[in-house]
Ligand binder design. Structure first.
Ligand SMILES: Cc1cc2nc3c(=O)[nH]c(=O)nc-3n(C[C@H](O)[C@H](O)[C@H](O)COP(=O)(O)O)c2cc1C
Length: 181
C-alpha cells in the first residue's frame, strides 16, 4: 500500500491546519498517512515512505531553529549512510511536497520562498522528487499589527476555508499523479 508521512512543525496552529487538510485529502484517496510533529518524532526515516509532505512556518524568513536542527541531523545521518550522492540521482518512487505558512508582513511571499527552497534542497540532495511547494498566507497569531498593517493587508482568520479547499484540490492532484505512476 502507498505510504505517506505528514511531517510538520507548528507553534500557533496555522501549519497544523494545513497539514490536517492534506492528511485528510490523502486518506480520502486511500493513502495511509503517518502524522509526525517535528519536535516530538525525530526517528522518522523518510525512505520508509513513498511521499513526504513537510510543512513549517517561516520564522525570520528561515525555517524555525528546531526544524533546521532536525534537518541538519537527518542530513548528517543520510550522509553517513551514503545516501547523499554527487549529482543527486533520483531514488525511484520517493516524492516530497513542501508547504510553508507565512504572514509576509514585510515583503510578502518572498519571506516564505527561501524556506520552501531550503527544505526542497534537503530532499533533492537525498534523491527525492520534489513535486511541489505550497505557500499559504496565514494570520500572524498574537500580533494584530502584523496581521492587519503588513504588506499582505488584513490576514486575520487565514488560512480560511477557500485556501484549505485549494490545498485539498492540489493534494488530490498529487495523489492522482503518484498513484498512477
Ligand atoms: C517568531 C516568529 C517569527 C516570524 N517570522 C516571520 C517572517 O519572517 N516572515 C513571515 O512571513 N512570517 C513570519 N512569522 C509568521 C508565521 O510564519 C506565520 O504566522 C505562520 O503561519 C505560523 O505558523 P504556525 O501557526 O504553524 O506556528 C513569524 C512568526 C513568529 C511567531
Amino acid at each position: 500500500m502507498f505510504k505517506a508521512a505528514l511531517v510538520y512543525w507548528s507553534k500557533t496552529g496555522n501549519t497544523l491546519k494545513v497539514a490536517e487538510e492534506i492528511a485528510s485529502a490523502l486518506k480520502d484517496f486511500g493513502i495511509s498517512v503517518d502524522m509526525m510533529n517535528i519536535s516530538q518524532d525525530d526517528n522518522v526515516d523518510f525512505f520508509d515512505y513513498d511521499l513526504i509532505c513537510i510543512g513549517i512556518p517561516s520564522y525570520h524568513w528561515h525555517p524555525p531553529k528546531q526544524v533546521d536542527t532536525f534537518l541538519r541531523n537527518k542530513f548528517k545521518q543520510y550522509q553517513k549512510e551514503g545516501k547523499v550522492k554527487l549529482a543527486a540521482p533520483k531514488v525511484e518512487g520517493k516524492n516530497a511536497v513542501i508547504f510553508c505558512t507565512y504572514s509576509g508582513p514585510h515583503t510578502g511571499i518572498n519571506e516564505a520562498i527561501p524556506v520552501g527552497k531550503y527544505i526542497g534542497q534537503f530532499f533533492e540532495h537525498i534523491g527525492f522528487n520534489v513535486l511541489d511547494e505550497w505557500y499559504v498566507l496565514s494570520e500572524f497569531q498574537g500580533s494584530e499589527e502584523n496581521s492587519t498593517k503588513g504588506k499582505m493587508g488584513d490576514i486575520r482568520e487565514l488560512p480560511n476555508e477557500k485556501q484549505l479547499a485549494e490545498i485539498r484540490t492540489k493534494t488530490q492532484e498529487i495523489a492522482q499523479t503518484i498513484s498512477s505512476t
